[in-house]
Ligand binder design. Structure first.
Ligand code: AMP
Length: 111
């Protein structure tokens, strides 16, 4: 098993777990880009968000519900959720994950 997020899910690699229920876990990003930067990750291995949508769209919905719950828990009045798909878009880990970032102002368009 080469996937780093699969290793976090089975406990082979440590991570600061924030959430673990049903089909989804969330943990702190190791290289945070904002005061809150969490990764919301399906336990089942999918390469990207499109694959989740094609295979089990309810997991995608659960990931956004978890984002809402965790953002509320941290008192964030606004937050950004991002799926990078493909290396050109900045994806570096090819196990689908939703970035939840907040706690500072963000610019648009994103870099
Ligand atoms: P992406 O570039 O969209 O694929 O995002 C991958 C994210 O995973 C990056 O923000 C990394 O900082 C983060 N990351 C990589 N390895 C780990 C790890 N072992 N624990 C937590 N976050 C990680």
């Amino acid at each position: 098993m080469e996937c780093i997020f699969c290793k976090i899910i089975v406990g082979e690699i440590p991570a600061k777990l924030i959430y673990d229920r049903n089909e989804v876990i969330a943990f702190d990003d190791i290289n945070p880009q904002a005061p809150t930067h969490l990764l919301i990750v399906p336990k089942k291995h999918f390469e990207n968000a499109g694959e989740i949508a094609e295979s089990d769209a309810e997991i995608l919905a659960e990931m956004f519900r978890v984002a809402k719950e965790l953002a509320k828990g941290r008192g964030l009045s606004g937050y950004r959720t991002v799926f990078n798909t493909g290396a050109e878009a900045g994806q570096s880990v090819f196990h689908a994950h939703l970035h939840l970032i907040g706690g500072r102002a963000f610019g648009w368009p994103p870099g």
